[in-house]
Ligand binder design. Sequence first.
Ligand code: MSP
Length: 514
Amino acid sequence: MSGKPSFYITTPIYYVNDIPHIGHAYTTLACDYLARFKRLDGFDVMFLTGTDEHGQKVEKSAAAAGKSPLEFCDEVSQRFRELAEFMNFSNDDFIRTTEERHKKACQALWKRLEENGHIYLDKYAGWYSVRDEAFFGENELIEGEGGEKLAPTGAPIEWVEEESYFFRLSAFEDKLLAFYEELPATVLPRSRKNEVKSFVEGGLRDLSVSRTSFNWGVPVPGNDKHIMYVWIDALTNYMTAAGYPDEDGEMYKKFWPADIHMMGKDILRFHALYWPAFLMGAGLDPAKRVFAHGWWTNEGQKISKSLGNVIDPFQIVEEFGLDQVRYFLMREVPFGNDGDFSRHSMINRINSDLANDLGNLAQRSLSMIFKNCDGAMPSPGDLSDADETILAEVEALLPKVREHIDVQAIHKSLETIWKVVSNANVYFAGEEPWALKKTDPDRMATVLYVTAEVIRQIGILIQPIMPDSAAKLLDQLKIPAEERGFDQLGGDHRLASGTAMDKPEGVFPRFLDK
Ligand code: MSP
């Protein structure tokens, strides 16, 4: 086992009743960005994603498609794997809840809860929404257009009356409230934490955790008439992938408790309330943080299948480019807030931040080096104040960016980097190396060297967000693969003068709208 610190980050596992859309791509992309950042920053990372394949909703969707549940799951789960590959996600594992390892983990966790006296058999009578896979109290329901009762999400509900196992959630109110305050930020953003806290403060009822009216799920150990509630099954995936129930295993010891469970705001309650309560009940540690991000709308409208405005990640990447889409999604909206997807803002970001700011700076400076410095990295002369200032700025970036990453302020991490890109442009324009070519070639060489060095460090820092483009920039600068970690940032690892360069090619093309 390496001596590196560990970092375990998870996406929600995606329902297979739907094909992947922008919402799924967004959650996983955020995790990919954080996971890649941590790897470059010296952590031993485990990044998990996967598919949530059990439950009544999936059983119904499979039947509607005329397939067996497993056949149906195999196909849709595969689409999610393809998305991960297509979007260049660096997940270390892909879990499916239909796997044997997962069944084992679920049953072990259940037994622990039962042994600890937190599960009892009773009868459930109440409202259930299959679409949300959630139970609702009468007081939570809303009225539909025709006066019908609906779940708070607008989903149809049905009255359910059946024998069911219950989890003693009501016994965990105080423990949960204490847990939210125990670590500095168990739930982020802060407003979300307050939302969860008030819900708990309002009082918790015991939770029905098994169903007898369908079969597609993990059987309750010792009573296979009962299938585990799909959320207890789904949430356990995070432990399965860490090797549970092998609590003495290397994986478990290294990676549990997880550092971050990432998800959209709609499923925060399951992660910040049920899940820590289950784990506490089993005598296990809850994850150190859950982060709930916002939702995307499309050109100002709620995204929904019925409106036909679902954004297909495969299609937008085809049109705008992979790294461009990755950058846009992470940069455009303060992470945690809702955001709007529009063609206009996408094109704007591509052309201003990428093509104009970073792309031009790199292309202009590297072309000048290739043409005017005998095709090799020049040697700098004495550094001026302006040279020192821009180098100091880029060399001070890592701790600042890290601070934002530590609280998942993803947009701010990028904003901080791009502030230096913008200052580097001001520096470059102010020094006018093209004019120095005739008047002072040595000074020109210094300016080009300093600019290239800034690009080297920016190139290293943007690997998590735009892995392919960053690699192209670093290739052009002839930086070997093993010299691309964050330990290579700072003044001790500056570019070697004399390295032969190739004719550079633009890395960030302008997007020309038809
Ligand atoms: N299967 C459950 C999660 C179980 S985790 C133990 C589930 N799956 S899901 O496929 O419906 O949703 C997964 C994620 O997609 C959620 O984080 C959700 O917030 C996100 N999104 C779905 N639509 C979205 C947008 N329009 N915008 C941003 N994210 C959205 O819930």
